[in-house]
Design a binder for this molecule. Sequence first.
Ligand code: C5P
Length: 233
Amino acid sequence: MGAPRIIVAFDFPRAEQALTLAARLEPGSCRVKVGKELFTAAGPQVVEKLMGKGFDVFLDLKFHDIPSTVANACKAAADLGVWMMNVHALGGRRMLSAAREAVPAGTTKLIAVTLLTSMERSDLNEVGLNGDPQDVVERLVLLVRDCELDGVVSSALEAPRIRQLIGGSFCVVTPGIRPADASVDEQKRITTPRQAIENGADYLVIGRPITQAPDPALMLHRLNDEIEGRIRF
Ligand code: C5P
């Protein structure tokens, strides 16, 4: 297979669980996302251990703070040598530009979250983001591109429009992925893996459908086959 397009979300409370799962997966078949839970519990050491096993790590801490704080945090993350990291687009232009300055293009990939895939229109309206989620995402995508980040995290439902707006060189990472027969959990704006690729996603973040599967390696294998068009669920 080509470079792995599935990023497995290692959402675990302890390093041991992450390392046990890592031992069952191949770095040639997936990349790994370390998010707030695992990083808060296990710190940079677990990131280093996963990288030491050959995995590309996406450090998903969605930084959102004043520009200088975010810039310093981004630099610390990039110094760890992670493959990809992110900030929150709602932090605004000055924060995004400060992050870009701290992580020069061509090193760690720096992307921004637009809207969380767990949020639907009523959630957005409640926090004052009125209008269609699609319009909010489009505004944020253009802002992220303007600040010269490498891409966005976004629902796969928005990926076709993002491709229309920005074209091919911008990286689109999509969580909220569920195989047709899987539990939806709290995700709202979801697609199947195949749909996400057809919609223009570069990388798919998939957590529980793989991490909670009886055989995570087998599930990963099925999902890789599905996105490469060899089977359909
Ligand atoms: O288990 P599941 O496949 O729902 O995991 C999705 C992962 O993607 C979680 O780690 C979550 O934090 C992350 N994520 C998301 N929506 C975003 C950004 C990140 O679900 N917009």
